[in-house]
Design a protein around this ligand. Structure first.
Ligand code: GAL
Length: 438
């Protein structure tokens, strides 16, 4: 772990290194260094429309996108927003369609991509333009955390603009279900073992201790169980080969993850994240581990934190912020590059980031928006992002390439379906992550 000094909100951020993929230390360079690109407008400058691909297609996620599109309409009334969103949490459907479109030379005008390893895939494939010129033009180099700019910079070029930062390691809690089980909802368990003891008490009441959804939500739980059990340094070592996936510590964490999966709802493999959260909202289940887009689902139902629900860092991960960020790109060959530029201007503007993140449950990537402008949850997340140790999410593209998270998803869902055991799962995870240590 290393402490770094940075400008703005992240001045005391403690960063744990995880290969090339974490927010990294930056000795003052990076920000001014945006290397002469013209903002990637290699194709036409057509600003008549902008077709944007996201997976914010329904429910509370669509509400976030709608808030952003409203600001876009005000800022760029002459550019039509064409919504190419494809439903499926974490991009479970959208990323496949995007790959096919990119490979066919038929890109959208902009698409949602996670910062970190996932973005690197598109850079390596030559599918996205350097937009560092837009950082100069829109005055962005000083408003994002220097460490985030540094992470986004590859060979002096920057290939996307972040709209928000989400936190992965959050437990969403139904206080009434805990009280019924004799568990105090106001005191989060100190570690995973204490939390699992509480899950057993909930199970004894006949309610579901923890809910899960389809493959990527199981990976989402897994990354946070690994973080809780291994701690941030060894967790980061999973992504650069310095922590042994075949080792005893990982085996012990997998055994605990497997127990939690077995306590969860049996219809999990068919559910996206929002339906998987529902039983917790409705008092049929106690806990769900999900990114903080979940707060948007509570907001959409007018539920109040501290009364209807509670949230904690996953037990054993207090003081650690498991990070992911959405960002937007200018694809090579975009048909309406003028529209792309307009969209990137809105998503990076203070007004756009305030409107979007207020509804989405995330915090702004910009550091110059007053926390007081945001709801209570986001205020707490902004404080945590400033002070906590930052690590990268696997399920959401920050820690490892999509090929790795896809292989992990396949292994965990095989376990969920009863087609493997913990030792087989561990062998499959060793194989899934082998490329990371090469
Ligand atoms: C993440 C994405 C979030 C949210 C979530 C659930 O991958 O970064 O913004 O959309 O998936 O779909």
């Amino acid at each position: 772990m290393r402490q770094i000094k940075k400008v703005g909100r992240l001045s005391t951020l403690a960063v744990v290194m995880s290969g090339a993929l974490v927010l990294s230390a930056c000795g003052g360079g990076g920000s001014g260094d945006s290397s002469g690109s013209e903002g990637g407008s290699a194709g036409g400058e057509d600003a008549g429309e902008v077709q944007v691909m996201t997976w914010w297609a329904q429910g509370s996620e669509k509400a976030g996108l709608d808030a952003l599109v409203e600001v876009f309409g005000e800022q760029h009334p002459d550019t039509e927003f064409v919504n190419a969103a494809l439903a499926g949490g974490a991009g479970s459907q959208a990323k496949q369609k995007l790959q096919a479109d990119l490979q066919a030379g038929n890109p959208p005008d902009s698409f949602q991509a996670h910062t970190g390893a996932e973005l690197q895939d598109y850079i390596d494939a030559g599918q996205i333009e350097d937009v560092s010129g837009l950082y100069d033009e829109f005055g962005l180099t000083d408003v994002f955390p220097e460490s985030l700019i540094e992470q986004l910079t590859v060979d002096d070029q920057i290939y996307s603009i972040p709209s928000n930062v989400h936190r992965s390691n959050v437990v969403w809690v139904n206080p009434a279900v805990l009280e019924e089980a004799g568990v105090d909802p106001s005191t989060p368990p100190a570690d995973l073992d204490a939390w699992m003891a509480d899950m057993e008490k909930v199970a004894a009441t006949g309610k579901t201790p923890v809910t899960l959804g389809m493959d990527w939500t199981q990976t989402h739980l897994l990354e946070n169980v690994l973080l809780s059990e291994l701690g941030p340094e060894a967790y980061n070592g999973l992504w650069d080969g310095s922590t042994d996936w075949a080792g005893g510590e990982v085996n012990s964490a997998l055994t605990k993850w497997a127990q939690i999966v077995e306590w969860s709802n049996t219809d999990r493999d068919g559910l996206d994240w929002e339906p998987a959260l529902q039983p917790v909202m409705q008092g049929e289940a106690a806990y769900n581990v999900m990114g903080d887009w979940a707060v948007a689902a509570y907001d959409a139902q007018d539920m109040t934190a501290g009364e209807d629900y509670a949230y904690w860092p996953v037990p054993g991960t207090d003081g650690v912020f498991n990070y992911l960020a959405d960002s937007f790109t200018m694809p090579v060959g975009a048909a309406h590059a003028g529209g792309t530029k307009a969209w990137l201007e809105t998503i990076s503007s203070a007004e756009g980031q305030l409107a979007f993140n207020t509804v989405k449950g995330s915090i702004p990537a910009r550091t110059d928006i007053d926390a007081a402008e945001f709801p209570e949850y986001q205020q707490s997340a902004m404080e945590a992002f400033e002070n906590d140790t930052i690590v990268s999410s696997l399920a959401h593209g920050a820690a490892a390439p999509v090929a790795v998270s896809t292989a992990v998803n396949q292994a965990v869902v095989k376990f969920s379906q009863g087609a493997s055991d913990v030792d087989t799962l561990q062998q499959e995870l060793v194989a899934a992550t082998e490329s990371l240590s090469q």
